[in-house]
Design a protein around this ligand. Structure first.
Ligand SMILES: Cc1cc2nc3c(=O)[nH]c(=O)nc-3n(C[C@H](O)[C@H](O)[C@H](O)COP(=O)(O)OP(=O)(O)OC[C@H]3O[C@@H](n4cnc5c(N)ncnc54)[C@H](O)[C@@H]3O)c2cc1C
Length: 614
């Protein structure tokens, strides 16, 4: 009983609350100050913005830069590229909006001290590919975080947000958020006029390839725990394309990136017998997706598809041919540095497995699926588009506002806009912030009010796993295991197994069908019931418990969407065995879901795809 009464509650008021201080959150914080000189801007982050989010360890390339100053690409070109890669389905209005502003963002990064590689002959940024430019990016995140720190009124590090707060009088309006300090255990109530969710993507919802001693090694950041989706879902925001999970072809065991290898080092892949294999699967792929296979560049999922089919045919492993490129000392250096700046683990894996890419062609593999909206897929919240460009059906309020009033998002949070990457996520944060400032300025006297009853009830809910542990530990049967509670790690492994076996993970070659999905939903329902009894022995485990809650709700959403879309649109990402082909007649559309937190029911609908760019 004493547990809840002892806990301090800290109230923080703001005009704009940014949840998550990664790339999008730093962009949102920075831009909120630019347009809202006198506003109180608060950014809250579960880690420390200095090194948080998917860019924590650094990057070697900025993957979204038009180069308009040199007429290298125009925003329309990027829309065509993303549309092609996503098999026709992107929010062109949102994508165009990012593309037209992203160069200005990258120029700011350089101004703030990010070392850019330059082409010695032309003086332009050194291109890795048509959209990518190369950077010395070990300190990318601290540089971006500094801009956010200077812009914010206050940054709150080490606070995990668990729930959004809704307005007392308007059910569909956000009024703030609650969470807890993962170090002190204080309970935080953030009251805000507008909220921008920038809480990253979702790893560890499907069982990873790296288990046991390798657990925690995933391609997407292991701390990307689906809050970006669970927070809006619980608030009743519509979500889109949540079935559109991503599978990456990467170096085996370390998930080292392959982009620089393909694009800069000009390495290529071959099967176990030294043969090219992609053309082998051309006719087969055409049967599934028709003319999409003839698009250039070949969509990412279809390249995965050829890889998977070749392995299933027994001609794996697939290897990257590095032996030729690595004879050039410059390329050899670039090859290693590519990991040292962002995925050191891959270099360590190679060293530990006696792989010197100068003499041995390293193996590739396909990852477990992840859910996110900023890389080569576009899961996330359904957002209103830019006033000057979005079709009327995509506009119901302010740019990047979700279907909940005052609730904005950016980066991995927002759906329909793949290929924004680090620079595009920061840019989208800026776009959302500008709109959020306008929203706040337009509110007048109609300010949202939080309900004391709501945040007090949530206080009990948030710390319940510690209470469960406190009581349940009396029945511990071994180590920390008790029949009275479910520990976060055990719950996570159960979730990953359900998603893997029923919703199209690695063990089923990414394949599912309606019967499997039905059963998956049943099992997820049972897991949700059991999560009421999750036990946390300390604050660290409390954070894990809430990350698991968020992952589970997002997983349910993914499963509902996968069930709803009755086609195989992205072979190589996942397969509906009962609907094995792409079906443009019925499914050239977005899928939308809406969760009712009172009944636990999901509503599903289709939304049209408008092709704005020729
Ligand atoms: C392995 C890898 C390689 C990549 N390579 C490139 C590349 O080469 N070039 C490129 O341009 N892009 C690359 N990207 C993509 C880029 O990192 C993402 O597009 C970008 O970081 C997305 O921004 P975001 O703000 O949405 O998410 P993030 O940057 O991940 O930020 C999310 C933030 O939210 C915080 N958070 C999460 N939940 C909560 C919560 N409940 N409460 C409070 N805070 C919370 C997290 O701690 C984090 O700081 C790569 C990503 C990965 C994982």
């Amino acid at each position: 009983m004493g547990l809840f009464s002892r806990r301090k509650t800290i109230f923080v008021d703001s005009d704009i609350l940014v949840i998550g201080g990664g790339m999008a959150g730093c962009g949102a914080t920075y831009e909120s100050r630019y347009w809202g000189r006198d506003l109180k801007i608060v950014c809250v982050e579960k880690a420390n913005i200095e090194r948080s989010g998917a860019v924590a360890q650094g990057l070697y390339a900025i993957n979204c830069y038009m180069g308009m100053q040199w007429d290298e690409n125009q925003p329309e070109d990027h829309v065509r590229y993303a549309r092609n890669d996503l098999m026709g389905l992107v929010r062109e209005d949102l994508g165009y909006d990012i593309a037209r502003h992203v160069d200005a963002t990258v120029h700011k990064f350089e101004e703030w001290g990010l070392p850019m590689m330059k082409d010695p002959k032309t003086g332009r940024y050194l291109r890795e590919g048509k959209w990518q430019i190369m950077i010395h990016g070990e300190s990318y995140k601290p540089i971006v975080a500094e801009a956010a720190r200077k812009a914010a009124t206050e940054i709150y590090n080490r606070i995990m947000i668990t729930h959004l707060l809704m307005d007392k009088s308007k059910a569909n309006r956000v009024a703030g958020a609650v969470g807890f300090n993962v170090r002190t255990g204080d309970y935080y109530v953030f009251r805000a006029k507008a909220v921008i969710v920038c809480a990253g993507g979702a790893s560890h919802i499907f069982k990873p390839r790296a288990v046991g001693e390798g657990m925690g090694r995933t391609w997407y950041a292991p701390w990307s725990s689906a809050s970006a989706y669970a927070l809006p879902i619980l608030a009743g925001a519509k979500m889109t394309q949540m079935e559109n999970r991503i599978v990456l072809t990467r170096f085996k065991d370390g998930y080292g990136p392959v982009g620089a290898y393909f694009l800069h080092l000009k390495t290529y892949t071959e099967n176990a017998y030294g043969n090219e294999y992609e053309t082998t699967w051309y006719e087969h792929t055409k049967e599934i997706v028709g003319d999409y296979v003839d698009r250039h560049p070949v969509p990412t999922c279809l390249r995965n598809h050829a890889f998977l089919e070749e392995v299933k045919a027994g001609r794996g492993p697939i290897r990257m041919v590095t032996k030729e490129a690595f004879q050039d000392p410059h390329l050899e250096t670039v090859g290693w540095e590519n990991f040292l700046g962002m995925t050191i683990a891959q270099a360590v894996v190679w060293a530990s497995q006696n792989i010197d890419p100068k003499h041995i062609n390293p193996e590739l593999t396909t990852s477990e699926p992840y859910v996110m909206g900023s890389h080569a897929t576009c899961s996330g919240a359904w957002a209103s588009g830019p006033e000057d460009y979005a079709p009327s059906e995509y506009q119901w309020g302010y740019n990047r506002m979700m279907t909940v009033d005052g609730l904005f998002g950016a980066g991995d949070t927002i759906g329909g806009t793949a290929h924004k990457f680090s620079s595009g996520s920061f840019t989208e944060g800026r776009i959302a912030a500008k709109a959020a400032v306008n929203y706040v300025n337009d509110l007048g006297k109609e300010l949202p009010q939080v309900s004391e009853d709501e945040y007090e009830k949530l206080k009990t809910v948030v710390f319940q796993p510690m209470e469960n542990y406190r009581i349940g530990r009396n029945e511990i049967v071994g180590g920390t295991v008790s029949p009275s509670y479910l520990l976060p790690l055990h719950g996570l492994q159960r979730l990953e197994k359900i998603m893997d076996e029923y919703v199209g993970g690695i063990s089923s070659h990414y394949t599912t069908n309606s019967v499997l999905l039905d059963r998956g939903l049943e099992l997820l329902g049972m897991l949700k019931e059991d999560l009421e009894h999750s036990g946390a022995e300390d604050l660290h485990q409390l954070q894990r418990a809430w990350e698991l809650q968020h992952r589970t709700l997002a997983s349910e959403c993914v499963t509902q969407h996968t069930m709803f879309r009755e086609e195989t649109r992205w072979p190589g990402y996942y397969y509906r065995a009962d609907h094995p082909k792409l079906d443009d007649t019925d499914w050239h559309c977005f899928t939308l879901s809406q969760y009712d937190r009172n009944t636990g029911e999901w509503g599903m609908e289709k939304a049209p795809v408008y092709h704005i760019v020729d």
